[in-house]
Design a protein around this ligand. Sequence first.
Ligand SMILES: *Cc1c(COP(=O)(O)O)cnc(C)c1O
Length: 502
Amino acid sequence: MEVLYNSTRTGGISLKASRAILKGLSEDGGLFVPDHIPSLDKSLKELAQMDYRQTAYEVMKLYLTDFTEEELKDCIERAYDAKFDTEEIVPLKKAGEAYYLELFHGPTIAFKDMALSILPHLMITAARKNDVKNEIVILTATSGDTGKAALAGFAGVEGTRIVVFYPKDGVSVIQEKQMVTQKGDNTLVVGIRGNFDDAQSGVKQIFADRELAQEMAEKGFQFSSANSINIGRLVPQICYYVYAYGKLLRDGEIAEGETVNVAVPTGNFGNILAAFYAKNMGLPIGKLICASNENKVLYDFFRTGAYDRNREFRLTTSPSMDILISSNLERLIYRAAGNDADRNRELMAALGGQGRYEVTEEMKEALSDFYGNYATEEETAAEIRRLYEDYGYVIDTHTAVASAVYGKYAQETGDKAKTVIASTASPYKFTRSVMDALGTATGRGDEAKEDFALADELSALSGVKVPRAVEEIRTAAVLHKKVCEAWQMKDAVKEFLGIYTA
Ligand SMILES: *Cc1c(COP(=O)(O)O)cnc(C)c1O
């Protein structure tokens, strides 16, 4: 059955998958959502026999219904290949009570590679299908990981350009180095004096600028988004939950149909929403454990039903989760509101205005699959230490937030169901924080140099080789030096595209 995509903010908008992928965001500012969630059409036993690419096809074909089998398989082959440093693509490691789904074996050693290695191919295919002649300009705000993963995905892809904005002082040394050393004439990387929300708001404003869109069209350009709001990123993320379940079944860790929980370190709410979709496709998932760091907006929301961004923004050691507006939550709110675009639009308008909204008791009821909690900085560091000391397994700070929250959940509820923890970054992406947690890092001098030295120390300690992604940037030249205020973002884009207005 065909799946069409509706806007979360206006009734009656209905697009084929390829159009929704090309647009990224709906013109009314809404997000595209599938008009129904399709059911898996293969049995769990059959899925358990499949490798990652086969599983990805079985999931994605159900959502991207206007792509042919050949097109989709071609995109999957191009995405999940030797760019990943393991044949398995996403290994599942048991440590203590939980299973860690390692989503960080792609080119930038973080989970965003799972979606961003396939998105450019989905987009180009979608453009071809829809006779789009314009060059596609990807515009992205990043809290660290999306930026490099998007750059890696789109660099050198013909017919595309990519612009990435990041908070100048809100990403790790290695994250910044990864981005500013990006090669490719079609890439631009700009640091913003502000935080991630400033960068994201700026990008949203540029997307909503009709005048600019007109000027772009005249020059043969059109925008699209690689941010986690693009449905072409959400869909590929559903695949690894299905794969993880199949793998547990294949390995005899669970019985067919046994319920498994999923714990996800959450920022923009894309990854955990994908798990929610997987559950609604018929995958036996129990609780969706939503883990926050000290920016615990989501924890408060699941507890009280009030979403309130009016609070102090904190910089933590899990920067990719330092977010006060979780964009993808809108898709869940829309669903909880009974797919009522008007109701959802009102709530989002309140969020845009007062920075706050509250859902009804009835809507809160519809969110009961979720459990929210958070981990403090101390708890996060202690969790890294615990896993290393007890099992010799080193995890990154984001994964540690989820792992610590899972511990709280298990203790609070006594739920013994097997749990998969989404392991979203390699410890080598946040080496300093990880080594700090292990109590081995000392002093600060030349930060960048030290971070690389720390990577060597981490390697000696964990017995895991320094990943290619880190080795590569050790000596790479800085190619992007632009820094600007948030209000200057539009000018930076225009300059890059050679658009000058009198
Ligand atoms: C982006 C990111 C997250 C948060 O994922 P969302 O889909 O935005 O909730 C968590 N951990 C890491 C390492 C990330 O890069």
